[in-house]
Design a protein around this ligand. Structure first.
Ligand code: NCD
Length: 306
């Protein structure tokens, strides 16, 4: 049985098949509307979420399946002290597949070891967020027409932003990608990712502080919010939170066909005046998140659609 903890759990070939399936779902949704009849997805969310949890639920409902779960640790037996390992053993009796978000890095991995159903990591602390990466890859491939041969700027909280960590890991497997890491000194990409992922793979990258310096070169700009919940003190957060604000003026520096992505939720880092710019694709990205999670559920449950 397969789990998804990390984007590298899927080979490039498996990933391509999954993205093809997601595109087919987008083109022919009715073909898939009964594929998971009688199956249940459990969403175990120990940390806040809107998009990830609801897009998983929408994905399963679109496939004709059902959903159950909880949306905060307080409303589960975690509040009584139950371990993740015990919870997953129980959930394995109730559902066919589960998506888990947890503030502790590695909690979904621990769960997967005791689980008799596929476990999907829906975000673990500041570590990984593989289904957001699938969403990002589908968005890039569908709207740019390729995975590879581009310069991508990753901007904001590169230290705590798990979506960035997972996306970098996934992208280094494609050819001719140049990374521009745009962050304040305090929120630079962690050393282990710089060394173990970028440098080890001989990946071309540069680090800059000013967004304006990077913008003219970019084919893709991936904006992120400063991860308030992972800061140790409020003062540091307040100092960092409005470090980057992408607005209409700055968009003038960008290429005509540069795409702006954001995993959302947005706070102040993209001004709402940018939303109408055709290059702003973050709301489309959220829609792709449903197709790709449908494809993932079908793949992990090994459902054949004829
Ligand atoms: C991201 C996350 O949870 O890491 N949100 C999401 O799933 N789309 C990004 C974030 O919270 O900033």
């Amino acid at each position: 049985m397969k789990h998804l903890m990390n984007p590298l759990d899927l080979s490039v070939e498996e990933l391509n098949r999954l993205l093809d399936l997601a595109n087919d779902i987008e083109a022919n949704p009715s073909r898939y509307s009964h594929s998971c009849e009688g199956k249940k997805l459990a969403t175990l969310f120990y940390e806040p979420s809107t998009r990830t949890r609801l897009s998983f639920e929408a994905a399963m409902l679109n496939l004709g399946g059902s959903v159950l779960g909880f949306s905060s640790a307080d409303s589960s037996s975690a509040a009584k002290g139950e371990s993740v390992s015990d919870t997953i053993r129980i959930i394995s009796c109730y559902a066919d597949i589960c998506a888990m978000r947890h503030p502790k890095e590695g909690a979904p991995l621990v769960a997967s070891m005791k689980s008799s159903i596929p476990v999907i990591n829906a975000g673990d602390g500041g570590h990984q967020h593989p289904t957001q990466t699938l969403t990002d890859l589908l968005t890039i491939r569908s709207l740019k027409g390729r995975l590879g041969d581009f310069t991508i700027g990753l901007c904001g909280d590169l230290k705590f932003g798990r979506t960035v960590h997972s996306l970098i890991q996934a992208l280094v497997r494609y050819p001719n990608i140049h990374f521009v890491l745009i962050s304040p000194e305090e929120l630079r990409l962690p050393d282990n990712i710089r060394d173990e992922v970028l440098i080890k793979n001989n990946q071309d990258f540069r680090e800059v502080v000013r967004l304006e310096d990077a913008l003219p070169d970019l084919d893709l700009l991936y904006m992120t919010r400063v991860q308030k919940e992972r800061f140790f003190n409020e003062e540091d957060y307040i100092r960092m939170k409005d470090f980057y604000i992408l607005d209409k003026e700055k968009m003038k520096l960008a290429k005509e066909d540069m795409l702006v992505l954001h995993p959302l939720p947005r706070v102040n880092e993209i001004s709402t005046e940018v939303d109408d710019d055709p290059r702003a694709v973050y709301f489309k990205q959220a829609q792709y998140g449903v197709y790709v999670r449908m494809a993932l559920i079908l793949t992990l449950l090994e459902v054949e659609v004829c």
